[in-house]
Design a protein around this ligand. Structure first.
Ligand code: G1P
Length: 300
């Protein structure tokens, strides 16, 4: 069955980005000139997703407004003859069909996904986490969907991470099946380094089957006292095959200040408008470190 629906859990408070996120949803923080969430919605649309559900919380209005029409702004841009900006603004509202549901309590990622049950019904669906911005030639979700089409079942995006960072992720025990594809045998949410089964971390892209919902309904709180999707998928593995895919692309952890900064620099260097002056600025700032290889990336 074709995967048409995607769920975006966006109810998180963004405490790692305070005070910026006091009244602005973290998903609306801009990477250069586009809010984080727009990059991820664009990835979903490019992968063929037709319907998006935002699982939101209080104080996320800005996110809803961003994907709505903006009559005053549009007429102002029209009057000023700013056609390019006008079509950019319009295109955001027309991109995809968006639905909203509130996660009334912050009970964890698994709970957020459970809030999507009525929207998803009996179909396979995708989950995309907005903190992970993935820069890739083929959209990361398309890569996962290819594995889904081939093997069926649940598919998790995987990435090898340094062992000292593994306790920030869900971690899998998996056996390789074919190029980049694994069969996932077991998984654990944010293990201690000493208890991690591998260096393969789960990254914020999932293709899930509706079989996850009855499990989530009964799922006890796990790590951090939260209902964890990793624990539910672990249970699902008793009945259905779980696959992992080491995606091809560069992931930026934009839920983290350092990751966000790196993503900003990386994205800027890829854009023709910043490629000259900004690169020069970095060279000057780095001064003696200038012999480090600062590659001028081809303007996109
Ligand atoms: C969530 C998941 C975790 C996964 C991570 C990827 O954790 O619970 O298994 O590895 O996303 O970004 P969070 O980063 O929301 O704490």
């Amino acid at each position: 069955m074709k995967v048409r629906k995607a769920v975006f859990p966006v109810a998180g408070l963004g405490t790692r980005f305070l005070p910026a996120t006091k009244s602005t949803p973290k998903e609306m923080l801009p990477l250069i000139d586009k809010p984080l969430v727009q990059y991820v919605v664009e990835e979903a649309v490019a992968a063929g997703i037709e319907q998006v559900l935002f699982v939101t919380g209080r104080s996320k209005r800005a996110l809803e407004d961003h994907f709505d029409i903006a009559p005053e702004l549009e007429s102002l841009l029209y009057d000023k003859g700013k056609d390019k900006e006008l079509s950019q603004v319009r295109q955001i509202a027309e991109m995809v069909n968006i639905f909203y549901v509130r996660q009334k309590q912050a009970l964890g990622l698994g709970h957020a996904i459970l809030c999507a049950k009525e929207f998803v019904c009996d179909e396979p669906f995708a989950v995309l986490l907005g903190d992970d911005i993935i820069d890739s030639r083929i959209p990361c979700l398309s890569q996962l969907l290819k594995v889904y089409e081939r093997h069926g079942g649940t598919v998790l995006a995987l990435e090898k991470v340094p062992m000292e960072n593994i306790s920030a992720y869900g971690c899998v025990r998996a056996t390789p099946l074919e190029d980049r594809v694994y069969e996932v045998l077991d998984m654990v949410e944010k293990p201690k380094k000493s208890e991690a089964p591998s260096d393969l971390a789960i990254i914020g892209r999932y293709v899930l089957t509706p079989g996850i919902f009855p499990i989530l309904e009964k799922q006890e709180p796990g790590k951090g006292g939260e209902i964890q999707i990793t624990d539910a998928i672990r249970t699902l593995a008793h009945d259905e095959p779980i696959f992992g895919y080491e995606f091809d692309g560069v992931r930026h952890d934009c839920g983290d200040k350092l990751g966000f900064l790196k993503a900003t620099v990386d994205m800027a260097l890829k854009r023709a408008e910043f490629n000259g002056d900004f690169l020069e600025f970095l060279r000057q700032r780095l001064g003696p470190l200038d012999n480090m290889e600062l590659k001028k990336v081809n303007a996109s």
